[in-house]
Design a protein around this ligand. Structure first.
Ligand code: SF4
Length: 515
């Protein structure tokens, strides 16, 4: 930098004073002053700030500056009776002044560091030719100053894991990540770098906005014919703790003004399909303002196993009764190994779960997706699960949100202790990066706690679910979070993360932006 500054200044000085007819000795006397000025400014640490200011100021007027310099040089040369020298003098002025400016410009784009160290390389500006030279980090010609700044600001800081560099290039250029990339992300120790990449991907979709809904969880029953090893919620009929709510009970739970009712339950041995159809119809009639999100793909599959009603028919009838969307539960982990090990062979497997969501999407019913993690699954199984969801979304396109569900140790104790918050953040971040076709990734505060959920909003999550009021499934597994949150607590969770809270309905229509 000093070289540019000093050399440009000296040559400019010489050429200028020579042209206006001053003595060479007088011109040379100013040279030390230029060198001294450059030294002082650089030593004082002011150079970076000066360079940024000059870059911003000079960029829009660079072209005018060249023309002005050429004309001025020509006039000076002619006034001094050296018409023949006017052109070469003007070219010389342009060249040297230009490099003087180039010194500022190249210096200005050297901040801040790029992933993995070195220059961020937002674009090397060759002001001599008046155009941006494309750097290897920013393909596409020519990036504007604003674009360079935007990339520079949004890029993650130093990536300590070299494997992340190639992945970052893909993320930044919107290139789909491979399963191998997904595995590298789950394995990396650079959690901070991973989070910044996920936050970049999330911000590209939603800026600083984070969504929540005023909702109510409803479990019509916890009576279930199955006995999944990870489940603390289910009971056998007549067993202590079993409950069966009537339609009237359910209606009482959903207060007027509730924007979303989230309804899931056990695989009840006796309740016919018509009970569920009547339930949805009754809620819809009593609370028309409430959007009904009900029944996992596993429950829909069970209705077929138990009552032989095909998913297409069941979902068509439920939609007619008032169903608006479906939750993402029942997916667990798409792994035949785990299905067997954790005793959920009696419920919809991966193919069936995905098939039912595809059917729902074909009927215009939006759905969510989940993954139960933090137990005995492998990272490869997590990646496989996410990739299968991504493939299904490519086909049917109706998923709104992916919700990683942290296994609650409770009394089932598949592992000695709850997976740590770092794993929650990692899983949310990797999900954001792998599921490039999912609009939202959720930080489900019920299972990971309010504090971790708030941090997760800077790790790729764009949704915190909602107020819930009386969540049971996680709390029967001894989740330590409250069973419901007041709206003020949700707003605080989002604001603590430095994000903008957006109240939504079940289908992500914006109700209110909270400043
Ligand atoms: S996870 Fe669902 S299907 Fe399995 S036992 Fe619990 S309620 Fe029943």
């Amino acid at each position: 930098m000093f070289g540019y500054f000093g050399l440009g200044g000296i040559v400019f000085d010489l050429a200028f004073f020579q042209t206006i007819g001053l003595m060479k000795e007088q011109a040379l006397s100013v040279v030390p002053l230029f060198i001294f000025m450059g030294y002082v400014v650089e030593q004082a640490g002011l150079m970076e700030r000066l360079l940024r200011a000059f870059q911003v100021i000079l960029a829009p007027v660079r072209g005018s500056l060249y023309i002005g310099v050429i004309l001025t040089a020509t006039v000076f040369a002619m006034a001094n009776g050296i018409v023949g020298a006017a052109v070469p003098v003007a070219v010389l002025y342009n060249f040297f002044l230009d490099h003087f400016i180039a010194g500022f410009t190249v210096g200005a784009i050297k901040w801040p560091p790029a992933p993995g160290g070195g220059n961020r390389g937002a674009g090397i500006v060759d002001s001599h030719r008046g155009r941006h030279l494309e750097s290897e980090r920013l393909p596409g010609l020519p990036p504007s100053l604003e674009e360079c700044m935007a990339v520079a600001v949004a890029a993650p800081p130093l990536l300590r894991d070299r494997r992340l560099l190639a992945i970052w290039e893909k993320v930044r250029n919107n290139i789909r990540l491979s399963p191998e990339d997904g595995l590298a992300l789950f394995e990396t120790e650079d959690l901070h770098g991973l989070g910044r990449m996920a936050d970049f991907a999330k911000s590209r979709l939603h800026g600083e906005r984070v969504f929540f809904v005023l909702n109510r969880y409803v479990n019509p029953t916890n009576v279930c014919v199955l006995s999944c090893s990870f489940c603390d919620f289910a009971r056998k009929k007549g067993e202590e703790g079993a409950f069966e709510n009537s339609i009237e009970d359910v209606l009482e739970m959903i207060k007027p003004g509730t924007r979303e009712a989230h309804i899931v339950g056990g695989h009840h041995p006796d309740w016919p399909f018509e009970y569920y159809e009547r339930l949805i119809g009754a809620i819809h009639a009593a609370r028309p303002e409430t959007q009904i999100k009900a029944f996992t793909a596993a429950e829909i599959d069970y209705l077929w196993r138990r009552w032989k009603i095909e998913p297409l028919q069941a979902l068509t009838r439920l939609k007619r009764a008032g169903l608006r969307s479906m939750p993402g539960g029942g997916a667990e982990i798409f792994s035949a190994r785990l299905q067997k090990a954790l005793h959920y062979t009696g419920k919809a497997d991966a193919d069936r779960w995905l098939e039912i969501h595809g059917i729902a999407h074909s009927l215009g019913i939006k759905t969510n997706a989940t993954m139960l993690y933090g137990h005995i699954e492998t990272m490869a199984e997590r990646v496989e699960h996410l990739v299968r969801l991504r493939e299904q979304q490519d086909k049917s396109g109706g998923f709104l949100t992916f919700i990683p569900l942290a296994y609650q140790v409770g009394t089932t104790k598949l592992v000695p202790r709850q997976t740590p918050p770092t794993d929650d953040l990692r899983t949310i971040a990797v999900s954001r990066l792998l599921l490039d076709n999912f609009p939202h990734i959720e930080a489900y505060w019920v299972m990971i706690g309010e504090e971790t959920a708030s941090v997760a909003l800077n790790f790729g999550a764009s949704d915190v679910n909602g107020t819930l009021e009386d969540e049971k499934i996680a709390h029967m597994a001894q989740a330590e979070s409250p069973a419901g949150l007041a709206q003020e607590q949700i707003l605080r969770m989002i604001r603590d993360a430095g994000k903008v809270a957006v109240e939504r309905d079940a289908l992500y229509s914006v109700v209110k932006v909270w400043n």
